[in-house]
Design a protein around this ligand. Sequence first.
Ligand code: TXA
Ligand code: MG
Length: 358
Amino acid sequence: MHTKVQFCDPKKISSDIIEKAAQLLKSGVLVAFPTETVYGLGANALDPDAVAKIFMVKGRPADNPLIVHISDLTQLKEIVEEIPPLTKLLAEKFWPGPLTILLKKKASIPPIVTAGLSTVAVRMPSHPIARALIQAADLPIAAPSANTSGRPSPTSAAHVLDDLSGKIPLILDGGPSQVGLESTVIDVQRENPLILRPGGITLEQLKEIIPNIQIYSPEIMPALEDQPPSPGMKYTHYAPKAALFLYKGPIEEMSNQILMDIQQFLTENHRIGILQLIPHQYYEVMKKKFPFLEIKKLSLNSNLEEIAANLFSSLRSFDELGVEIIFSESINPIGVGLAIMNRLNKAARRIYDLSPPT
Ligand code: TXA
Ligand code: MG
Protein backbone atom coordinates (compact mmCIF):
# COMPACT_ATOMS: atom_id res chain seq x y z
CA MET A 1 0.00 0.00 0.00
CA HIS A 2 1.31 3.46 -0.89
CA THR A 3 1.19 5.95 1.99
CA LYS A 4 0.31 9.46 0.85
CA VAL A 5 1.51 12.38 2.97
CA GLN A 6 -0.90 15.24 2.36
CA PHE A 7 0.15 18.66 3.61
CA CYS A 8 -2.72 20.62 5.13
CA ASP A 9 -2.16 24.14 6.43
CA PRO A 10 -3.74 24.39 9.92
CA LYS A 11 -4.17 28.14 9.42
CA LYS A 12 -5.96 27.76 6.09
CA ILE A 13 -7.63 24.36 6.13
CA SER A 14 -8.61 22.97 2.75
CA SER A 15 -12.13 21.58 3.05
CA ASP A 16 -11.41 19.41 0.02
CA ILE A 17 -8.52 17.63 1.78
CA ILE A 18 -10.51 17.22 5.00
CA GLU A 19 -13.55 15.91 3.11
CA LYS A 20 -11.48 13.23 1.36
CA ALA A 21 -9.86 12.14 4.62
CA ALA A 22 -13.27 12.06 6.33
CA GLN A 23 -14.60 9.84 3.55
CA LEU A 24 -11.77 7.38 4.17
CA LEU A 25 -12.61 7.28 7.90
CA LYS A 26 -16.30 6.74 7.08
CA SER A 27 -15.42 3.83 4.80
CA GLY A 28 -13.52 2.04 7.59
CA VAL A 29 -10.00 3.07 6.55
CA LEU A 30 -7.29 4.46 8.89
CA VAL A 31 -6.07 8.05 8.62
CA ALA A 32 -3.16 9.55 10.58
CA PHE A 33 -3.74 13.18 11.58
CA PRO A 34 -2.10 15.90 13.66
CA THR A 35 -3.29 16.81 17.15
CA GLU A 36 -1.82 19.40 19.50
CA THR A 37 -0.21 16.64 21.61
CA VAL A 38 1.12 14.03 19.14
CA TYR A 39 -0.08 12.59 15.80
CA GLY A 40 -2.99 10.15 16.09
CA LEU A 41 -3.90 7.07 14.06
CA GLY A 42 -7.64 7.42 13.56
CA ALA A 43 -10.48 5.01 12.85
CA ASN A 44 -14.27 5.18 13.13
CA ALA A 45 -14.76 4.31 16.83
CA LEU A 46 -18.16 2.75 16.11
CA ASP A 47 -16.74 0.23 13.59
CA PRO A 48 -14.98 -2.73 15.24
CA ASP A 49 -13.35 -3.84 11.95
CA ALA A 50 -11.85 -0.40 11.38
CA VAL A 51 -10.60 -0.30 14.99
CA ALA A 52 -9.06 -3.77 14.62
CA LYS A 53 -6.82 -2.32 11.90
CA ILE A 54 -5.34 0.12 14.43
CA PHE A 55 -4.16 -2.75 16.64
CA MET A 56 -2.76 -4.61 13.64
CA VAL A 57 -0.91 -1.68 12.10
CA LYS A 58 0.65 -0.55 15.41
CA GLY A 59 1.35 -4.03 16.74
CA ARG A 60 -0.56 -2.92 19.82
CA PRO A 61 -1.52 -5.45 22.53
CA ALA A 62 -5.28 -6.08 22.41
CA ASP A 63 -5.65 -5.35 26.14
CA ASN A 64 -4.53 -1.71 25.76
CA PRO A 65 -7.64 0.46 25.20
CA LEU A 66 -7.88 3.47 22.88
CA ILE A 67 -8.84 7.10 23.38
CA VAL A 68 -11.98 8.24 21.55
CA HIS A 69 -11.77 11.75 20.09
CA ILE A 70 -14.75 14.07 19.72
CA SER A 71 -15.20 17.57 18.33
CA ASP A 72 -18.23 18.69 20.38
CA LEU A 73 -20.27 17.76 23.45
CA THR A 74 -23.25 16.37 21.51
CA GLN A 75 -20.92 13.58 20.36
CA LEU A 76 -20.07 12.86 23.99
CA LYS A 77 -23.72 12.07 24.77
CA GLU A 78 -23.70 9.41 22.07
CA ILE A 79 -20.81 7.46 23.54
CA VAL A 80 -21.09 7.74 27.34
CA GLU A 81 -23.88 6.75 29.73
CA GLU A 82 -23.77 9.95 31.73
CA ILE A 83 -21.86 13.20 31.96
CA PRO A 84 -21.23 13.85 35.67
CA PRO A 85 -21.11 17.51 36.85
CA LEU A 86 -17.35 17.28 37.47
CA THR A 87 -16.77 16.16 33.87
CA LYS A 88 -18.82 19.13 32.64
CA LEU A 89 -16.63 21.43 34.71
CA LEU A 90 -13.40 19.84 33.45
CA ALA A 91 -14.66 19.98 29.86
CA GLU A 92 -15.51 23.67 30.22
CA LYS A 93 -12.10 24.44 31.59
CA PHE A 94 -9.78 22.13 29.58
CA TRP A 95 -11.56 21.13 26.35
CA PRO A 96 -10.65 21.37 23.61
CA GLY A 97 -7.17 20.42 24.85
CA PRO A 98 -4.78 17.73 26.10
CA LEU A 99 -7.02 16.15 28.75
CA THR A 100 -8.50 12.64 28.49
CA ILE A 101 -11.32 11.66 30.87
CA LEU A 102 -12.51 8.12 31.65
CA LEU A 103 -16.31 7.80 31.52
CA LYS A 104 -18.84 5.00 31.63
CA LYS A 105 -19.25 3.83 28.05
CA LYS A 106 -22.46 3.30 26.10
CA ALA A 107 -23.07 0.10 24.12
CA SER A 108 -22.45 2.11 20.92
CA ILE A 109 -18.71 1.85 21.63
CA PRO A 110 -17.59 -1.68 20.66
CA PRO A 111 -15.56 -3.62 23.28
CA ILE A 112 -12.45 -3.70 21.07
CA VAL A 113 -12.06 0.09 21.60
CA THR A 114 -11.97 -0.19 25.39
CA ALA A 115 -10.28 -3.60 25.57
CA GLY A 116 -13.42 -4.91 27.24
CA LEU A 117 -13.47 -2.27 30.00
CA SER A 118 -16.72 -0.58 31.00
CA THR A 119 -15.10 2.86 30.74
CA VAL A 120 -14.13 4.75 27.62
CA ALA A 121 -11.34 7.36 27.54
CA VAL A 122 -12.55 10.54 25.81
CA ARG A 123 -10.72 13.61 24.59
CA MET A 124 -11.64 16.71 22.59
CA PRO A 125 -8.45 17.79 20.80
CA SER A 126 -7.81 21.48 20.06
CA HIS A 127 -5.82 21.09 16.85
CA PRO A 128 -7.83 22.73 14.03
CA ILE A 129 -7.16 19.84 11.60
CA ALA A 130 -8.18 17.20 14.15
CA ARG A 131 -11.35 19.15 14.91
CA ALA A 132 -12.23 19.71 11.25
CA LEU A 133 -11.64 16.05 10.45
CA ILE A 134 -13.81 14.71 13.30
CA GLN A 135 -16.54 17.20 12.40
CA ALA A 136 -16.49 16.29 8.71
CA ALA A 137 -16.53 12.56 9.45
CA ASP A 138 -19.35 13.21 11.92
CA LEU A 139 -18.09 10.24 13.94
CA PRO A 140 -16.27 9.65 17.22
CA ILE A 141 -12.69 8.79 16.21
CA ALA A 142 -10.64 6.18 18.08
CA ALA A 143 -6.99 7.20 17.87
CA PRO A 144 -3.87 6.09 19.69
CA SER A 145 -0.56 7.82 18.99
CA ALA A 146 0.42 7.02 15.38
CA ASN A 147 3.66 5.16 16.18
CA THR A 148 4.61 1.51 16.17
CA SER A 149 3.84 0.22 19.69
CA GLY A 150 6.69 0.90 22.10
CA ARG A 151 8.36 3.63 19.99
CA PRO A 152 8.35 7.32 20.94
CA SER A 153 5.10 8.99 19.88
CA PRO A 154 5.24 10.90 16.57
CA THR A 155 5.28 14.70 16.69
CA SER A 156 5.52 15.16 12.91
CA ALA A 157 4.17 13.54 9.75
CA ALA A 158 7.71 12.33 8.97
CA HIS A 159 7.77 10.36 12.26
CA VAL A 160 4.46 8.70 11.34
CA LEU A 161 5.81 7.83 7.90
CA ASP A 162 8.94 6.32 9.47
CA ASP A 163 6.81 3.90 11.49
CA LEU A 164 3.76 3.28 9.32
CA SER A 165 4.88 3.70 5.70
CA GLY A 166 3.13 1.14 3.50
CA LYS A 167 0.64 0.26 6.26
CA ILE A 168 -1.87 3.13 5.97
CA PRO A 169 -3.11 5.09 2.93
CA LEU A 170 -3.03 8.66 4.27
CA ILE A 171 -1.14 10.91 6.68
CA LEU A 172 -2.40 14.48 7.07
CA ASP A 173 0.64 16.68 7.63
CA GLY A 174 -0.18 19.70 9.79
CA GLY A 175 3.39 20.50 10.83
CA PRO A 176 5.00 19.74 14.21
CA SER A 177 2.77 19.07 17.26
CA GLN A 178 2.92 21.99 19.68
CA VAL A 179 2.67 20.14 23.02
CA GLY A 180 4.84 17.19 21.97
CA LEU A 181 3.69 14.87 24.80
CA GLU A 182 0.44 12.93 25.03
CA SER A 183 -2.67 14.07 26.88
CA THR A 184 -3.18 13.74 30.64
CA VAL A 185 -5.41 10.72 31.34
CA ILE A 186 -7.60 11.03 34.46
CA ASP A 187 -10.11 8.85 36.28
CA VAL A 188 -12.32 11.07 38.45
CA GLN A 189 -15.21 8.63 38.84
CA ARG A 190 -13.43 6.68 41.57
CA GLU A 191 -13.42 7.63 45.25
CA ASN A 192 -9.82 8.84 45.01
CA PRO A 193 -9.49 10.73 41.73
CA LEU A 194 -6.33 9.71 39.87
CA ILE A 195 -4.03 10.95 37.15
CA LEU A 196 -3.29 7.73 35.27
CA ARG A 197 -0.89 9.36 32.83
CA PRO A 198 0.62 12.82 33.36
CA GLY A 199 0.55 14.97 30.23
CA GLY A 200 -0.21 18.34 28.69
CA ILE A 201 -2.62 19.43 31.46
CA THR A 202 -0.65 19.59 34.70
CA LEU A 203 -1.32 18.26 38.21
CA GLU A 204 -1.27 21.87 39.44
CA GLN A 205 -3.98 22.88 36.92
CA LEU A 206 -6.16 19.89 37.85
CA LYS A 207 -5.78 20.51 41.60
CA GLU A 208 -7.53 23.85 41.16
CA ILE A 209 -10.68 21.91 40.33
CA ILE A 210 -10.03 18.58 42.08
CA PRO A 211 -7.92 19.38 45.18
CA ASN A 212 -7.61 15.71 46.22
CA ILE A 213 -6.47 14.35 42.84
CA GLN A 214 -3.36 12.13 43.07
CA ILE A 215 -0.88 10.71 40.60
CA TYR A 216 -1.27 6.97 40.27
CA SER A 217 1.89 5.15 41.21
CA PRO A 218 2.36 1.47 42.03
CA GLU A 219 4.52 2.55 45.00
CA ILE A 220 1.81 4.59 46.74
CA MET A 221 -0.98 2.25 45.70
CA PRO A 222 0.50 -1.25 45.95
CA ALA A 223 -2.97 -2.83 46.07
CA LEU A 224 -3.48 -1.83 42.47
CA GLU A 225 -0.06 -3.00 41.33
CA ASP A 226 -1.11 -6.31 39.79
CA GLN A 227 -3.87 -4.63 37.91
CA PRO A 228 -2.90 -1.13 36.82
CA PRO A 229 -6.00 1.11 36.51
CA SER A 230 -4.72 2.05 33.05
CA PRO A 231 -3.69 -1.04 31.06
CA GLY A 232 -1.20 0.99 28.98
CA MET A 233 0.98 1.57 32.03
CA LYS A 234 2.38 -1.93 32.18
CA TYR A 235 3.99 -1.69 28.74
CA THR A 236 7.42 -0.34 27.88
CA HIS A 237 6.92 2.96 26.17
CA TYR A 238 8.62 5.75 24.35
CA ALA A 239 11.79 3.72 23.92
CA PRO A 240 14.29 4.82 21.30
CA LYS A 241 16.39 2.08 19.67
CA ALA A 242 19.38 3.32 21.65
CA ALA A 243 19.71 2.41 25.34
CA LEU A 244 18.81 5.44 27.44
CA PHE A 245 20.66 6.04 30.73
CA LEU A 246 18.87 8.57 32.93
CA TYR A 247 20.70 10.67 35.54
CA LYS A 248 18.97 12.39 38.46
CA GLY A 249 20.26 14.93 40.97
CA PRO A 250 21.89 18.36 41.11
CA ILE A 251 23.09 19.52 37.70
CA GLU A 252 26.79 19.53 38.66
CA GLU A 253 26.54 15.90 39.84
CA MET A 254 24.59 14.78 36.78
CA SER A 255 26.88 16.43 34.25
CA ASN A 256 30.05 15.29 36.05
CA GLN A 257 28.87 11.70 36.17
CA ILE A 258 27.74 11.79 32.53
CA LEU A 259 31.13 13.18 31.48
CA MET A 260 32.88 10.38 33.38
CA ASP A 261 30.59 7.65 32.07
CA ILE A 262 30.72 8.60 28.37
CA GLN A 263 34.52 8.78 28.25
CA GLN A 264 35.15 5.08 27.78
CA PHE A 265 32.40 4.65 25.18
CA LEU A 266 33.71 7.60 23.17
CA THR A 267 37.27 6.27 23.26
CA GLU A 268 35.94 2.97 21.94
CA ASN A 269 34.25 4.89 19.11
CA HIS A 270 30.68 4.15 20.13
CA ARG A 271 28.04 6.60 18.94
CA ILE A 272 26.96 8.49 22.06
CA GLY A 273 24.20 11.06 22.50
CA ILE A 274 23.52 13.47 25.34
CA LEU A 275 20.03 14.77 26.07
CA GLN A 276 20.67 18.14 27.71
CA LEU A 277 17.65 19.60 29.53
CA ILE A 278 19.44 22.31 31.49
CA PRO A 279 21.48 25.11 29.89
CA HIS A 280 25.24 24.97 30.69
CA GLN A 281 28.59 24.55 28.94
CA TYR A 282 29.92 21.50 30.82
CA TYR A 283 29.89 19.18 27.79
CA GLU A 284 31.67 21.52 25.36
CA VAL A 285 35.17 20.23 26.25
CA MET A 286 34.16 16.68 25.42
CA LYS A 287 32.46 17.78 22.19
CA LYS A 288 35.72 19.44 21.09
CA LYS A 289 37.64 16.25 21.77
CA PHE A 290 35.03 13.94 20.19
CA PRO A 291 33.21 15.88 17.44
CA PHE A 292 30.94 12.89 16.69
CA LEU A 293 29.44 13.16 20.19
CA GLU A 294 25.79 14.20 19.59
CA ILE A 295 24.39 16.73 22.05
CA LYS A 296 20.72 17.71 21.85
CA LYS A 297 19.82 20.82 23.84
CA LEU A 298 16.07 20.60 24.38
CA SER A 299 15.72 24.20 25.52
CA LEU A 300 18.18 27.07 25.83
CA ASN A 301 16.43 28.46 28.92
CA SER A 302 14.96 25.35 30.63
CA ASN A 303 11.51 26.18 29.26
CA LEU A 304 9.40 23.11 30.11
CA GLU A 305 6.98 23.52 27.20
CA GLU A 306 9.93 23.68 24.83
CA ILE A 307 11.59 20.61 26.39
CA ALA A 308 8.31 18.70 26.04
CA ALA A 309 7.86 19.78 22.41
CA ASN A 310 11.39 18.62 21.50
CA LEU A 311 11.68 15.41 23.55
CA PHE A 312 10.28 12.72 21.25
CA SER A 313 11.73 14.21 18.06
CA SER A 314 15.17 14.29 19.72
CA LEU A 315 14.90 10.63 20.73
CA ARG A 316 13.97 9.76 17.15
CA SER A 317 16.78 11.82 15.63
CA PHE A 318 19.31 10.04 17.87
CA ASP A 319 18.08 6.79 16.32
CA GLU A 320 18.56 8.21 12.83
CA LEU A 321 22.12 9.20 13.69
CA GLY A 322 22.85 5.65 14.80
CA VAL A 323 23.39 6.63 18.43
CA GLU A 324 23.86 3.52 20.60
CA ILE A 325 23.56 5.02 24.08
CA ILE A 326 21.74 8.17 25.13
CA PHE A 327 22.80 9.84 28.40
CA SER A 328 19.98 12.03 29.69
CA GLU A 329 19.72 14.70 32.35
CA SER A 330 16.60 15.12 34.52
CA ILE A 331 14.53 18.09 35.60
CA ASN A 332 12.21 18.69 38.56
CA PRO A 333 8.87 16.92 38.06
CA ILE A 334 6.87 20.13 38.43
CA GLY A 335 4.27 21.39 35.94
CA VAL A 336 4.85 19.80 32.54
CA GLY A 337 8.13 18.53 34.06
CA LEU A 338 6.09 15.70 35.61
CA ALA A 339 5.04 14.39 32.18
CA ILE A 340 8.56 14.86 30.78
CA MET A 341 10.08 12.82 33.64
CA ASN A 342 7.34 10.18 33.32
CA ARG A 343 8.29 9.60 29.66
CA LEU A 344 12.05 9.63 30.39
CA ASN A 345 11.62 7.18 33.28
CA LYS A 346 9.69 4.82 31.00
CA ALA A 347 12.20 5.15 28.16
CA ALA A 348 15.18 4.55 30.48
CA ARG A 349 17.17 1.31 30.44
CA ARG A 350 19.07 2.40 33.59
CA ILE A 351 18.53 5.14 36.17
CA TYR A 352 21.34 6.70 38.25
CA ASP A 353 20.09 8.76 41.18
CA LEU A 354 22.75 11.15 42.42
CA SER A 355 20.45 13.17 44.68
CA PRO A 356 21.85 13.88 48.13
CA PRO A 357 20.29 11.66 50.84
CA THR A 358 17.36 13.43 52.50
O1 TXA B 1 -2.53 12.90 23.39
C1 TXA B 1 -3.02 11.76 23.29
O2 TXA B 1 -3.68 11.26 24.20
C2 TXA B 1 -2.79 11.02 21.96
C3 TXA B 1 -3.50 11.79 20.85
C4 TXA B 1 -3.48 11.04 19.54
O3 TXA B 1 -4.79 12.08 21.25
N1 TXA B 1 -3.27 9.67 22.07
C5 TXA B 1 -2.64 8.73 22.82
O4 TXA B 1 -3.23 7.49 22.78
O5 TXA B 1 -1.64 8.95 23.46
P1 TXA B 1 -2.49 6.14 23.27
O6 TXA B 1 -3.36 5.05 22.80
O7 TXA B 1 -1.11 6.16 22.80
O8 TXA B 1 -2.59 6.20 24.83
C6 TXA B 1 -3.84 6.02 25.49
C7 TXA B 1 -3.63 5.72 26.94
C8 TXA B 1 -3.07 4.33 27.17
O9 TXA B 1 -2.12 4.38 28.21
C9 TXA B 1 -4.31 3.53 27.57
O10 TXA B 1 -3.99 2.42 28.39
C10 TXA B 1 -5.12 4.56 28.32
O11 TXA B 1 -4.91 5.78 27.60
N2 TXA B 1 -6.57 4.25 28.30
C11 TXA B 1 -7.39 4.27 27.24
N3 TXA B 1 -8.63 3.88 27.57
C12 TXA B 1 -8.60 3.59 28.89
C13 TXA B 1 -9.56 3.12 29.83
N4 TXA B 1 -10.82 2.87 29.49
N5 TXA B 1 -9.15 2.92 31.12
C14 TXA B 1 -7.89 3.19 31.48
N6 TXA B 1 -6.93 3.64 30.64
C15 TXA B 1 -7.28 3.83 29.36
MG1 MG C 1 0.82 5.74 22.54
